[in-house]
Design a binder for this molecule. Structure first.
Ligand code: MG
Length: 170
């Protein structure tokens, strides 16, 4: 089969005194996402979807939250690093993201986010979708205490069998 699909999910807590970074874009807001890295839930969900499609582990294995290299890391930089390993075996067909946030209003930033992701992967804007929804004031996301993201990625296989992609096998 030439195609492989993967899903990713991430959620981070919103805290005062942090920058809000989503899909590599700094968004003006009174709070930001707490994390060992910049807490970019969109990038983390997309990364996990790609790794899932390639059956190559997860973001925690590739970028451990105990490593000093990932402390305060600009997460968008993870994406070219992942494709440097997986890009010999796979090309990205398309990426679709749901970002779930009660506030701030994110839709004005949609195209900048799509552009950041497309540029990080070296793919076209028409291959990247980013969608936003609220959580209808339900639960922690609805109370404005967290932002979550889900992603689906479709990869096309370049080679029949891939040996790449597992950091553990290095
Ligand atoms: Mg995360």
């Amino acid at each position: 089969m030439p195609y492989r699909i993967g899903t990713g999910f991430d959620i981070h807590r919103l805290e005062p005194g942090r920058k809000l970074i989503l899909a590599g874009l700094e968004i003006p807001y009174e709070k930001g996402l707490l994390g060992h890295s910049d807490g970019d839930v969109i990038v983390h969900a997309v990364a996990d979807a790609i790794l899932g499609a390639a059956a190559s582990g997860d973001i925690g294995a590739w970028f451990p939250d105990t490593a000093k290299e990932t402390k305060d890391m600009y997460s968008l930089d993870m994406l070219p690093q992942i494709m440097a390993k997986l890009g010999t075996a796979y090309t990205i067909v398309n990426i679709d993201v749901n970002c779930i946030a009660e506030r701030p209003k994110l839709s004005p930033h949609r195209d900048a986010m799509r552009g950041n992701l497309a540029k990080a992967f070296g793919i076209g804007l028409d291959q990247v979708s980013v969608k936003f929804r609220t959580h209808e004031r339900l639960g922690d996301i609805g109370a404005g205490n967290a932002i979550a993201a889900q992603a689906v990625v479709l990869l096309e296989t370049k080679t029949k069998k891939s040996e790449v992609g597992s950091r553990e096998s290095e």
